[in-house]
Design a protein. Structure first.
Length: 80
């Protein structure tokens, strides 16, 4: 594995598009560096991993609550 990745390589590694990586960098959500005097962004795999972990919801986590509970409609009968 490469020590440093460019945005294209980082996007492939993360399974995201390049625009997503650029946006995450612009919003300071994804750690990155700019090469001196250039507009070149470099990323490290562990920084991408940390970013992904912060943005992934584990569907198997028992502590995750459905934000929209299912309610019976008006006039519906609920039977046991």
């Amino acid at each position: 594995m490469k020590l440093w990745m460019n945005v294209r390589e980082g996007a492939e590694y993360a399974g995201a598009c390049r625009d997503t990586i650029y946006t995450a960098c612009e919003q300071h959500e994804l750690r990155h560096v700019h090469r001196a005097g250039r507009r070149v962004i470099r990323l490290r795999p562990q920084w991408i991993d940390a970013w992904l972990e912060r943005h992934v919801v584990d569907a198997q986590d028992p502590h995750v609550v459905d934000p929209v509970p299912v309610k019976a409609g008006a006039g519906s009968k609920v039977t046991s």
